[in-house]
Design a binder for this molecule. Sequence first.
Ligand SMILES: Nc1ncnc2c1ncn2[C@@H]1O[C@H](COP(=O)(O)OP(=O)(O)OP(=O)(O)O)[C@@H](O)[C@H]1O
Length: 653
Amino acid sequence: MDLAAEREFLDRVKRARAWMLDHARMRVVTGDQVAGDRYTAETLGRMLKSYVKELADEPDGAVFFGRLWFGDTEDAGDHRGQRYYIGRRRITEEQGPPLVIDWRAPVSALFYQASASDRRGVAVRRRYGWTNRTPVHLTGFEDERLDRGEELGTASRLLTEEIERPRVGPMRDIVATIQPEQDDLVRADLDQSLCVQGGPGTGKTAVGLHRAAYLLYAHRRQLKRTGVLVIGPNPAFLAYISAVLPALGEVDVQQRTLEGLLSEKAPARVDDDAAALVKHDARMAEVVRRALAGLISAPTDGIVLPDGSYRLRVTAATLVREITMVRREELPYGVGRERFRTRIVAHLQRELEYHGESPIRKWLDKTGRSRPVVAVLDACWPKVRPEQLLHDLYADEKFLARAADGILTEKEQAALLWTRPPRSVKSAKWTAADLVLLDEIAGAVEHPDGFGHIVVDEAQDLSPMQCRALARRSRHGALTVLGDLAQGTSPWAAADWRAQLGHLGKPDAPITALTLGFRVPAVVLSYANRLLPLMRTTVPIARSVRGDGELDVRRVADPVAAAVDRVRAALTREGSIAVIAADARIAELGAAVLDERVTLLPATMAKGLEFDHVVVVEPAEIVAAEPRGAHRLYVVLTRAVTRLDVLHSGAEH
Ligand SMILES: Nc1ncnc2c1ncn2[C@@H]1O[C@H](COP(=O)(O)OP(=O)(O)OP(=O)(O)O)[C@@H](O)[C@H]1O
């Protein structure tokens, strides 16, 4: 089939797509009138409207990117002799089989997975090339005759063009060129937690996002109910990746930073290093547990409840026995309190029955809320407000010691204590670590709502306590954990994945390494990889599929003037540009790089981002700025898609 015939088919697909859009729009109009009650009509209307919006928003053109020919052979199974087009979305005409199949459909897996040595019935795989700018045009195709042993792998011209394309605007999807080892991860089962250790630019983020889209396709009903969450390291990163899932037709995924997930409020204060280290330590979970357990106490008196002409009683000894039994169940604190209440009421009920009465439901509710019962509950198993408890731990040395002795050293406890306690709980200023601890307390009181699936990016940087916040939310769902130990920059960065997975509540999740780099050109990656021996972590070393790219390392007298110069040169070429320097140097560079195509980026904000041309100013300052400075520099150097300039005034580089 030649290009002219392909273009003819393309016109037919476009017509079908236009029909689908018209049809969906019509259903929006009639749906409002047809549906039974108002609620159904509104829900249906909303669903249809968002479907129409998705369809209408899609780039008008690249409606398919691949094609499969199945041979007339047995291993083709049900697909024997069939041909399929594969695209971002299924496209159908009014009748008949679909013209284009969704990339997530089972048969589409073969587009990514079939190889000359393991054809699985596929005779020919075709990839299509499209122009970059909208409206897009079909420019050509590339065939692999797997049945004749032809296989391009990463040598594919279209794959190369795709990964070498300048980065303008937000991150794009990679559906057309997902690699087999990436596809294995994308299509893993819903209940399968995964951990992906991948060097810079190996596609971890891309894999995580495509996995979310795949799971929503394969388990839509279940995940619509339970929800899918993507956690990223900072708002700039989230903004960069935010368009990928909508482009794949998935608009219902929450994409958040962990901080944003845990609290609507931003931290109001910054911890000193010593306090932050203790607060993020896994032992704090035990301190919280002990603090809560310490609130539970034995009653001194029993209960006497006047009820009509009776006085119903529960003795103090019975209450003590009940508390002991409930504690043994190890329920969340708040659930335990309710269980204790139910048990007290059950005793009172028995008392009443002893008098020949049979209480009704309303009596049980009323008794549970009666003053004598609530008084015992409040005294022996008091309600907890996380802010109050944390306030008390930081403000009251003795209370903290009761919870933390034997767990935290005296010095560590001292680091937690407030030097100037706030006047009230309300006026307390919480730090980022406090927000995590408040969540730990809230989670120990009552389990939070979870998600059906959580994708966690840059997971190497999470503290044990942050991990626990995600573990709590994935008790009934799986996790996709993505990261690179070499890019760990937080003071509590993980040194090994198995321990990190333990904190995340998925200790047995398999760990897979991705080592093929798609972002950073080989010259740049091997330059950055020279930092690896300076790090305490060992990771599989990534190599780049990209033979292009430029690296320019220069000693200069005035790095700021040199940066201006390099930016001016960069502006003559296509693509995004970033100037990255130690945070303290950013202000000085501010005036130097005023152009909308240029992003001036503090080193601490670079994680997860990518730019065609990166100018790094004074790398030694980036290393010196923080304890894990070498890791930070590794992140910074590996943001470059095509060109990297390194400007330094020091001696050796
Ligand atoms: N199979 C692929 N085909 C085309 N492009 C790809 C492929 N895999 C990854 N890429 C591209 O490579 C770049 C790096 O991918 P991504 O950001 O997902 O990597 P990462 O492993 O998360 O990197 P880092 O750890 O450095 O942040 C992105 O631009 C992505 O679109």
